[in-house]
Design a protein around this ligand. Sequence first.
Ligand SMILES: [Zn+2]
Length: 128
Amino acid sequence: MQLRDRLREFVTHCMGRLSSAIETPLEDIRMLEGGKFIVQSQTNGRNYTLSFQNKNLPSCECKDWKKNHWPCKHFIAVLINYEEWGWNSLPATYTENPYFTLDPSVVKTTANQEENRTTVKETSFPEP
Ligand SMILES: [Zn+2]
């Protein structure tokens, strides 16, 4: 039940950001090397750098991403505009987490220790 609730919340979260993502014109997205993108915000004109693979985890500079590490409108804008950069381009450490509630301390640990995948799985995947 908890998982289902999480997933529904997750879908609602993404849907809520979809309209702003759709409004982001392609010319406001700049692709860099290595799965990095710069997306210009449609609301404040700021540029946010996001990365699909930042030491096993995706990342974006915006507050929305930092809050819960769920896809922000910048990520969604890239996902819908670039066929070759889809959900499957995100690290499995991230996409395989059914709870989508990565504890910031775990994320921090992972960023510092690249070989720490097992630990992340153990701590983020409670037994059903
Ligand atoms: Zn963002």
